[in-house]
Design a protein around this ligand. Structure first.
Ligand SMILES: O=C(O)[C@@H](O)[C@H](O)[C@H](O)CO
Ligand SMILES: [Mg+2]
Length: 394
């Protein structure tokens, strides 16, 4: 028809760019040790991803090597197709640690896509619906005085969402009655000391049995928790139906799940109020789908992120765009400003997180220094036992 298309500025190189290498990097930063993934391309651009499940690092590294074989030589922009290939290309479904390895590569591909096109990732997701992402911080410690030591300063600096973890007062022995009493008391103590202008959250960390979890939820309900996280183990999500019937506290779960198929019963059953999507376990391709199912159920997405600079930045982009955002977990209230390994990253400040404004996730590492700081080691998890010596959930 003789019509000339306007110059859209589409960088054709972005379409042909091929993946050349998937490099895992266990990096010790000032705030902790993280399992990162660098996806390299034939155009010299690299994308960054992160793995959230680190309990079995060698299983994850093995899965990364398997996926690297599938990814190497393919076009980096075919993100959806690669996601399908990773999760459904092996006959046996990819779940858990294996899916978390796929998630890290998926994140790196979104980062690469943004970098190749010169836009921040949230622009690829439909654009921001908010100016910044509200965040919660985790209070370290085991008792009310320790929590308050940290809480007052954080509230002064603008943090409005504070979380504690359910801790046994007799660490490493977890006696359920004593643990219940101490934590119910600490939760009420926090509410009394901090007043009604802050939101209080608690992570039970699957440490209780259903009957104990019920008592815990009912007894802290008058102190109006923002949510009670992981009150039950995740292997049988149906158990949440029972807990729901017995308590009115908002419930949160999902950090142990990876794909939309795993999240489906939790969301379709309206079993929680907050879906704890961890992008470093789901990837962004699955994460968006999970968030959309949650939206259809009026369930909020409260992203899990006790992780490093990559998951923090990825979460900030995702959360900027979600209509149904709760609040972003931000375990490190200072970000990585003072960390020489992190040359650019999300801005963490006074109860909120913002992406840096650079293309992709807007996060970058001094890769040479990160390789020199690579440890290959992730610390062992803490483990609790009941007084009779039997293992409890950590
Ligand atoms: O919600 C959280 O941040 C915690 O459940 C962590 O994922 C867990 O302690 C492993 O680091
Ligand atoms: Mg948790």
């Amino acid at each position: 028809m003789g019509m000339t298309l306007p110059p859209y500025g589409y960088h054709s190189g972005a379409a042909s760019m091929k993946i050349t290498e998937v490099e895992p990097l266990v990096v010790a930063t000032r705030s902790g040790t993280y399992l990162l993934v660098v996806v390299h391309t034939d155009e010299g651009l690299h994308g960054l991803g992160e793995v959230g499940m680190r309990s079995r690092p060698r299983a994850v590294l093995g899965a990364l090597a398997d996926f690297a074989e599938l990814a190497t030589g393919t076009q980096a922009h075919r993100i959806e197709e690669l996601s399908q290939l990773f999760l459904r290309g092996g006959f046996f479904p990819a779940v858990g640690d294996v899916a978390a390895a796929a998630a890290a590569i998926d994140l790196a591909l979104w980062d690469l896509r943004g970098k190749a096109l010169g836009v921040p990732v949230h622009e690829l997701l439909g654009g921001a619906v908010r100016d910044h992402v509200p965040a919660y911080v985790h209070l370290p410690g085991h008792s009310l005085p320790e929590y308050l030591d940290h809480a007052h300063g954080l509230v002064e600096r603008g943090w409005r969402h504070l979380r504690i973890g359910l801790q046994p007062p007799t660490d490493p022995v977890l006696e359920p009655r004593a643990t219940l009493r101490a934590n119910v008391e600490a939760f009420h103590g926090l509410r009394e000391a901090l007043g009604d202008d802050v939101e209080l959250l608690v992570d039970v960390h699957t440490r209780l049995d259903p009957a104990e979890a019920t008592v815990f939820c009912r007894e802290i309900e008058p102190a109006r928790p923002y949510f009670v996280e992981d009150p039950l183990r995740s292997e049988s999500m149906d158990a949440y139906r029972m807990l729901r019937a017995r308590t009115g506290v908002p419930l949160a779960a999902g950090e142990q799940l990876t794909t939309a198929w795993e999240f489906r019963p939790l969301l379709e059953g309206d079993l929680v109020d907050h879906a704890r999507i961890d992008l470093a376990n789901t990837g962004l391709t699955q994460g968006r789908k999970i968030a959309a199912i949650a939206e259809a159920h009026h369930i909020q997405v409260t992203t899990h992120n006790p992780l490093g600079p990559v998951c923090t930045a990825a979460s900030a982009h995702f959360n900027l765009t979600l209509p149904n955002l709760g609040v972003q977990e931000q375990t490190h209230p200072h970000g990585w400003d003072d960390d020489p390994l992190v040359v650019a990253g999300a801005i963490v400040d006074g109860g909120s997180v913002r992406p840096s404004g650079l293309p992709g996730f807007g996060v970058d590492l001094d890769l040479e220094a990160a390789r020199r700081a690579a440890t290959g080691e992730l610390g062992p998890p803490p483990r609790y036992r009941r007084p009779d010596g039997s293992l409890t959930n950590w």
